[in-house]
Design a binder for this molecule. Sequence first.
Ligand code: NAP
Length: 261
Amino acid sequence: MYSKLKWNYKVDKLANKVALVTGASKGIGAAIAKQFAAEGAKVVVNYASSKEGADRVVQAITENGGRAISVKGDVSNPEDIVRIFEETKNAFGGLDILVNNAGIYQYEPIEQVSAETFHEQFNINVLGSILAIQGSLKLFGEAGGSIINISSEAGKTPLPTGSVYSATKAALDAITISLSKEFSGKNIRINSILPGVVETEGSRSAGFIGSEAERKLVASTPLGRTGQPDDIAKVAVFLASEDAAWITGEKISVSGGIYGL
Ligand code: NAP
């Protein structure tokens, strides 16, 4: 006999899990932190400088009965990384899920690319992810873990003036595939999510939202709109959960079906 009314209860997909989301003070990272908490995870909300934004995310989580802390730290700084993981361990005892979301994007013609803008984007988007993955390996327990790299459609189909940014995301996807094999036998899954254009504080301040370029992209998007942070966050929940227990080394586009972005 099946247990009575079992189907009536919502099962928290991330119950008893601890998750660290880098760059979670706003945008896609904030949405992921909130969706993770809504599914039962204890969440570390990392940020670089926007303490107020991070505290708002923590407050939204705790007001809904969840648990979260905010931790300041630049993911490209090895000392900050050590502290972020120490604070994670002190607060929640370990780690099960890492989301490498912190990232910056700068579109500029090749003539304007400088060593500074190159290193800034590679340091945060690529080195920062590597350092965070190294930190997570020390905290994942016997049961393994799940790592989600927030990459971009731009890494797969680069746009003009996005050579360096696209290169950082293509590099991140290569890291996803390489490490999925390197982690063989450890039950550590690692996957990339490739968002299309998503309306965030970052894409708004870059001038993209409301621009002619956005209108053109939406016009060639089968699902006919710009993405919202929750579109990405729901897929992150899936990849972090047991529902994705047999998925690793994948690059999953979440972009309304746009091809040739
Ligand atoms: P956003 O609104 O600009 O937010 C960026 C977040 O990253 C903020 O929380 C910021 O913290 C944090 N951050 C920046 N540098 C950091 C550092 N060195 N260390 C730690 N945190 C840092 O960005 P978004 O649009 O949500 O994008 C999030 C991710 O999605 C990025 O990796 C981006 O490349 C990717 N993505 C975005 C889109 C899009 O259309 N929005 C499309 C494809 C991929 P502070 O607020 O404290 O500075």
